[in-house]
Design a protein around this ligand. Structure first.
Ligand SMILES: C[S@@+](CC[C@H](N)C(=O)[O-])C[C@H]1O[C@@H](n2cnc3c(N)ncnc32)[C@H](O)[C@@H]1O
Length: 251
């Protein structure tokens, strides 16, 4: 999976290259993250990539020419067969909020080109003429798109085969599985007066699975009942949830 990030601050992406799971995946050639400085594509010798707003107003606007040229250069590094299938993402608080469905869609692509806005934002023609997906990471405003790009890269990379140790881990994660995950415990068995549930140390795998499923259902009902409407539930899940007061997911 190839990530091409276009940014005014390429050094920010060193964090990903040096860091834990993604850093290892990059070293093993499972992922590549190329952070390109948009200023390299400026049309003047000062590397100007932003300018004042037409009509006046606070904050600088990222100019279209360097961003178009940077996207063209990123696309040229892709095999022709992949160009049309590679999303051009603009990070933006105006975009669709990132969710698991979008992460799955992006993970199925051969790569992503991600544009990081900064200052007041980007010239509108970048949206009109370049971008295939405008993605927000939540209803708040960041100073720049770099952190948003890292969030997208991290979430998508988990679905690239072999990036995360076991695929089972990924499937069982909260949200991905459709529910919130059951509580997790490790040693010591007793800590500051708090005990781990006996069942987890019983060796009875069927009982452990049953306990985990029920904890997961109970926690989802308490914290994210909205997820239950689309979760894949068995009859026995439904009976258990009804016993906890779940009204059901409609007729
Ligand atoms: C200060 S913001 C500009 C916001 C812009 N003036 C607006 O109202 O839409 C600068 C850049 O940070 C990034 N950004 C800010 N909030 C974001 C969010 N919630 N999700 C993704 N990117 C975000 C975008 O790339 C944006 O161009």
């Amino acid at each position: 999976m190839r990530f091409h990030v276009l940014t005014l601050f390429p050094d920010a992406f060193r964090f990903i290259a040096d860091y834990s799971v993604l850093g290892r995946a990059i070293q093993h050639g499972l992922l590549s993250v190329t952070a390109t400085d948009i200023r390299q594509f400026a049309t003047d010798r000062h590397g100007t990539a932003d300018d004042y707003q037409f009509g006046g107003g606070p904050g600088m606007v990222m100019k279209p020419e360097p961003v178009f040229a940077a996207v063209d250069a990123a696309r040229e590094t892709l095999p022709a067969s992949q160009r049309e299938r590679t999303p051009i993402i603009l990070t933006s608080p105006q975009g669709r909020t990132l969710n698991q469905e979008m992460v799955n869609e992006f993970a199925a692509a051969p790569g992503l080109v991600i544009i990081c806005g900064h200052y007041a934002g980007v010239d509108e023609r970048i949206r009109q003429g370049l971008v295939t997906h405008e993605v927000s990471i939540g209803d708040y405003v960041l100073t720049g798109g770099e952190l948003a790009a890292m969030v997208i890269i991290d979430a998508v990379s988990r679905f690239v085969p072999e990036v995360v140790g076991s695929e089972e881990n990924v499937r069982e994660d909260s949200i991905t599985s459709g529910l919130l995950q059951h509580p997790l415990y490790t040693r010591p068995a007793e800590f500051r007066g708090m005990n781990t549930p006996d069942v987890l140390r019983s060796g009875n795998h069927a009982e452990i699975e049953r306990w985990r499923r029920r904890q997961s259902l109970e926690r989802t009902l308490r914290l994210r009942p909205d997820l239950l409407a689309t979760a894949s539930l068995t009859n026995s899940d439904r009976v258990f949830l009804a016993g906890l007061g779940w009204p059901g997911d409609g007729p």
